[in-house]
Design a protein around this ligand. Structure first.
Ligand SMILES: [Zn+2]
Length: 400
């Protein structure tokens, strides 16, 4: 979904172009400004759409945009482009981790970007810093291609003494605080339905009316809503309210009819096996839920619920997460789509990112080897390009 400010921005550009054209007396215009081009050649293209890999492919980046992508025989490389031979490596979209925390942190953002994760979705602020300062940090770090792009869900919304950070007590207050978050500049809304954690249970939770007020206010303004659960019985109330993705696969069995309802509503699932492992939850039950969701045709996005702590979570490509997706029967191609296009979808940035298609922002991960044959190849990073800027280059010779 487009966010209103972005839409307004494009309107402004279009308007400026129109005024520029009509106000210009010169008969000839230069439609192609001299933007430096970079062409990756001799790669295998996996574009994130789920389309079959393209051997002997070329990817052309002009400025910060994808200008062309496809077989060498069909792509024209602009004169003067810098040509980089990637030696048969695999060219993928930059990966997106659609469930992290502690992303308002340059060190973490740098580690993600260097590891090939060029975008992260922070699923809930855990900080005493004012949100306005944190969102300002998102905007300034967003100017630095060496740092992963940050998509912010603001605070997780709940009721007083519930699981989350932003508390509401009535549907009216739920609507108003959703509008407050949007006014502060968040990128999406996060809600929780959580009964307990760390030995607690019976936590108070948002009512159906409060959930509906939040989702309605968010959707009216083009904002997605992500809903936290850890137990299967809380998925249905979130579906009834109309959330767009379920954060965490349940650790108890999700009934088949709930899976069918998720698919009917096109509600995505972001499993986060890593955090379940860290808390000692039964991973086999989590994997079984995902297996049935995927077999029924459900859409999955990558996320590990990064929460800090040495050795507990991977920065960079979350390989534990990917390994469990594979155990649940997802093909390597499905896992790549979950990590790129689908993760962009739940982050509300699918128009800009997630696939290597003409016009999209140039976030690119190049790995040695074939991840369709062996997913471990995702860790054999050769290049990372973020917003058109080469930020990691292991060994490719540059020719001019
Ligand atoms: Zn989380």
């Amino acid at each position: 979904m487009n966010q209103p400010p972005k839409f307004g921005f494009y309107i402004s550009i279009a308007l400026a172009a129109f005024i520029g054209l009509t106000g210009c007396a010169a008969p000839t215009l230069d439609p192609t400004p001299a933007v430096p081009a970079l062409a990756l050649v001799n790669g295998v293209l996996i574009d994130g759409t789920g389309a079959a890999p393209v051997p002997d492919a070329v990817l052309v980046i002009q400025g910060n945009r994808i200008a062309a992508a496809g077989p060498r025989s069909e792509v024209t490389i602009p004169a003067g482009a810098t040509i980089m031979d990637v030696g048969g490596a695999t060219i993928l979209p930059g990966f997106i981790n659609a469930h992290v925390h502690f992303a308002y942190n340059e060190e973490n953002l740098a580690a993600w970007a260097q590891g090939g994760v060029t975008t992260v979705r922070d699923e809930g602020i855990i900080s005493t810093e004012p949100i306005t300062g944190l969102l300002a940090l998102r905007d300034t770090t967003g100017q630095n291609p060496r740092l992963a792009r940050l998509v912010s869900a603001g605070y997780m919304m709940t009721v007083p003494n519930g699981y989350g950070e932003l508390f509401v007590s009535t549907p009216e207050e739920a609507r108003q605080k959703t509008l407050d978050e949007i006014g502060w500049g968040v990128d999406l809304i996060k809600v929780s339905l959580e009964d307990g954690y760390a030995g607690r249970s019976g936590l108070p939770k948002l009512t159906d009316e409060e959930l509906l007020a939040i989702v309605t206010a968010a959707h009216e303004r083009g904002m997605l809503v992500s809903g936290h659960i850890t137990q299967a019985r809380f998925i249905s109330p979130l579906l009834a309210a109309g959330v767009d993705d379920i954060a965490h696969v349940a650790y108890d069995r999700i009934p088949d009819e709930v899976i069918e309802q998720m698919i009917a509503q096109n509600t995505y699932l972001v499993p986060t096996f890593t955090v379940f492992r860290n808390y000692g939850a039964p991973i086999a039950a989590c994997v079984d839920n995902l297996r049935r969701f995927v077999a029924a045709g459900g859409n999955v996005a990558l996320g590990n619920d990064y929460g800090g702590g040495p050795g507990k979570f991977e920065l960079g490509i979350p390989m534990y997460e990917i390994g469990q997706m594979s155990k649940a029967g997802m093909t390597a191609m499905q896992i790549i789509v979950a990590s790129t296009r689908n993760a962009a979808h739940v982050s509300g940035i699918e128009d800009e990112l997630g696939t290597l298609e003409i016009g999209k922002a140039a976030d690119v991960l190049v790995v040695n080897g074939d991840p369709l044959q062996n997913l471990d190849a995702l860790q054999q990073i050769r290049l990372v390009i973020h917003n058109g800027v080469l930020i990691r280059d292991e060994n490719s010779p540059v020719q001019k």
